[in-house]
Design a protein around this ligand. Structure first.
Ligand code: ADP
Length: 194
């Protein structure tokens, strides 16, 4: 299976591009969804996270994602511990699902592709890019986070220049939807021909 790793900063438009590629016929696997699936109530990995981060569970045993996010954001060691629990099973499930697709190619949506060193698993790396000011506007509108909070998240991600330097293909999503769709179609045709 030909694998396209789709990445980009928060609010750059990864989900939007992935939805459009899916509508054109690509097989899309979103690692955020895999992470949720693997940490759903009753999942074995949840129990492991729960024992490592018992202060981030609701009384009913469900994961308090906001508390966990705040915890690992503030504490690098906690972040590494969480990643060591979560990332290997996410990666394994992602590759298993990709191998089972019957679509012409697979798009693996991985927000932290560079941060987690998954470049070598991909045949192509597609970066969705826009200026940071646009990321901030979009995320504030979508989530209600403050500008400062979004800027902090952006600062914790790989710098834009480094992401662009690691890209095989780039979609410029600094413009409106009318500028995005033709670029997505062009990429789709390129991947069909690969
Ligand atoms: P990501 O998955 O990278 O975090 P999304 O695809 O969710 O980003 O996009 C972030 C927000 O910006 C969403 O609300 C989305 O609808 C909006 N958006 C994405 N691309 C554009 C665009 N070209 N013009 C205007 N809004 C956009």
């Amino acid at each position: 299976m030909f694998k396209v790793g789709l990445t980009g900063g928060i609010g750059s438009g990864k989900s939007t591009v992935a939805d459009q590629l899916a509508a054109l016929g690509a097989g899309v696997i979103d690692t955020d969804l895999l992470s949720r699936e693997l940490t759903a109530p009753g999942a074995p990995i949840l129990a492991r996270i729960g024992s490592a981060f018992s202060d981030c569970l609701f009384p009913d045993g469900q994961l308090d994602r906001a508390a966990l996010r705040a915890r690992v954001f503030a504490d690098a060691a906690a972040r590494t511990r969480l990643e060591s629990i979560l990332h290997p099973p996410i990666r394994a499930l992602m590759l298993e699902r990709a191998a089972g697709l019957t679509t012409p190619y697979a798009v693996l949506v991985i927000p932290l592709l560079f941060e987690t060193g998954q470049q070598t698993l991909m045949d192509r790396i597609l970066v969705v890019d826009c200026p940071e000011s646009v990321q901030i506007d979009r995320v504030c509108r979508r989530s209600g986070l403050s500008k400062a909070e979004v800027a902090r998240i952006i600062a914790a991600q790989v710098p834009r220049a480094q992401r662009l330097a690691g890209a095989d293909d780039i979609i410029d999503n600094g413009g409106g939807p009318e500028a995005l769709a033709p670029q997505v179609e062009r990429m789709h045709r390129r991947y069909l021909a690969a």
